[in-house]
Structures are given as structure tokens and as C-alpha cells.
Design a protein around this ligand. Structure first.
Ligand code: ZN
Length: 157
């Protein structure tokens, strides 16, 4: 059994999906309102024996990986490492695709930039004026910190 299958067999798909969709037991299945299309009567079914989910309204369906991919907008590799962590399996040799590497790098860059701008706003003298302005507008330090509010300047300004 490869790791993809191993992890899938260890994941409690009902528990996983229930973090996003309230489910009710219906015989051997679990039932809930589909998160992928608007509905008032549940047609979203999760089967814990087969470890699958299926919506009879919009006909989406799949396994734990595809659920995470669709609900969280993850790449397959992200869903895989997410679930691996969840069930305590160490991945041996998963190579992320180039797209995933780019995405990861972008997230890292954004995080760094965000921290830098936040630093400029809150710690640096360059951000002093802007910080005072934000405070006048009623933005407390708590909010500025929580939302990692920062400041940047357009080039040539
Ligand atoms: Zn649906």
C-alpha cells in the first residue's frame, strides 16, 4: 500500500468533513448540506466505510484528498501533507510540482513582505506618521497587530 492509500485509510473522513459541514447519521452514511452548491435539503452524502463523499445535487464527489482540495483550494500535495500530519504519517518522497513550489514561495514572500511592512508601520520612524493617522481613525494597536497591518510606499514616491 502506498502512502497515499495508507493515509487515506487512516483518515476519519466523517470527522474531517464535519469540520466544514455539519453531518447527521443516516443509516450507514452521513448526510449534510452540500458546501459546494446552495441547497436546503441535504444531498451531500459521506460514506465512512468506503471513505468517500458524494453530492447528488451537484454530482461532485471524491475522497478525503479531493474534499480538502475543493473546500480549501489546496493542491493535491498540500492536501496530502495536511492529511499525513493529521494521522501522524511521515511522508517519504513526495515531490511537489513546480506549481506548488511557486505557490509556496509566493506565500513565503507575502508573509515576509507583510511582516516587513508591519515592522515599518509599528516600529520604524518612517511609519510614524501613518501609524498616528491610523490611530486617529480609531485603529487600535490590538487590531493593527491582529491583522498585521503594514505600510508600503509606491516606487518613486
Ligand atoms: Zn452539491
Amino acid at each position: 500500500m502506498d502512502q497515499v492509500e495508507e493515509i487515506k485509510s487512516k483518515v476519519d473522513i466523517v470527522e474531517l468533513i464535519q469540520e466544514h459541514v455539519p453531518l447527521k447519521r443516516a443509516g450507514r452514511n452521513f448526510k449534510g448540506l452540500c458546501p459546494f452548491h446552495g441547497e436546503k435539503t441535504p444531498s451531500f452524502i459521506v460514506n465512512p466505510e468506503l471513505q468517500i463523499w458524494k453530492c447528488f445535487g451537484c454530482s461532485k464527489g471524491g475522497d478525503a484528498y479531493s474534499f480538502l482540495q475543493q473546500i480549501e483550494g489546496m493542491e493535491f500535495g498540500e492536501a496530502l501533507s495536511n492529511l499525513a500530519k493529521r494521522v501522524g504519517v511521515t511522508l517519504e518522497s513526495y515531490k511537489p510540482t513546480q506549481g506548488e513550489q511557486v505557490k509556496e514561495r509566493l506565500v513565503a514572500i507575502n508573509t515576509l513582505a507583510g511582516q516587513a511592512y508591519h515592522y515599518l508601520l509599528t516600529q520604524h520612524k518612517l511609519g510614524k506618521e501613518a501609524l498616528e493617522y491610523l490611530r486617529q481613525r480609531g485603529l487600535g494597536d490590538e487590531v493593527i497587530k491582529r491583522f498585521n497591518v503594514g505600510i508600503s510606499w509606491a516606487k518613486g514616491h
